[in-house]
Write a protein that binds this ligand. Structure first.
Ligand SMILES: [Fe+2]
Ligand SMILES: [Fe+2]
Length: 174
């Protein structure tokens, strides 16, 4: 692997690790803190998924790379996850269903991330032009920079799909 390929692989793995940690924090939070923890998780996840949508899944499908079929599956999963997060917002954080649903989302995101790392990304890296790999690396780097700088402004929206769309606009401009 060249440096860009190593960068992308490490960035995706690190972001998936951060998402796992944010899920853990939200699952362990006291009921009074749970909504705020989920809000942070949603903001980070929206930025991460937006970068993948634009620079990984979108490019793989548009260019017909060998990652295209996996990319199509990941987009469907991300849509389902977004619906799941919206569903969660309809329940009180101290409702047992809230934690149950959050646990299901945690599991689903885990499988989704694993397939991105083990199936889609290797296929993408094997066939994508180097400019696309560099662009994915810079998009992913902007995820963390944006989250740390002002994550809430970057991911405005009431539904998760709106948050992902807002995040994609910010990441494209960056
Ligand atoms: Fe994803
Ligand atoms: Fe991901």
């Amino acid at each position: 692997m060249n440096q860009s390929e190593l960068d992308v692989t490490a960035l995706i793995a690190a972001q998936h690790g951060r998402i796992r940690a944010l899920f853990h924090t939200a699952m362990e939070a006291e009921p009074a803190d749970r909504a705020a923890s989920v809000d942070v998780l949603r903001r980070y996840l929206a930025l991460h998924e937006a970068a993948e949508r634009v620079a990984l899944h979108g490019v793989g499908r548009a260019r017909g790379l060998s990652s295209a079929d996996e990319a199509a599956r990941r987009v469907i999963e991300e849509d389902e996850l977004a619906t799941g997060f919206d569903h969660l917002a309809g329940f009180s954080p101290d409702d047992p269903f809230f934690v149950h649903q959050l646990g299901l989302l945690e599991e689903a995101v885990g499988f989704h991330a694993e397939d991105e790392e083990s199936k889609e990304l290797p296929a993408f890296l094997a066939t994508a032009p180097s400019g696309d790999i560099d662009r994915l690396a810079s998009m992913l780097a902007r995820v963390d920079a944006t989250f740390l700088a002002d994550g809430s402004a970057a991911v405005a929206g009431s539904t998760m799909a709106e948050q992902v769309a807002a995040a994609a606009d910010v990441l494209r401009e960056g």
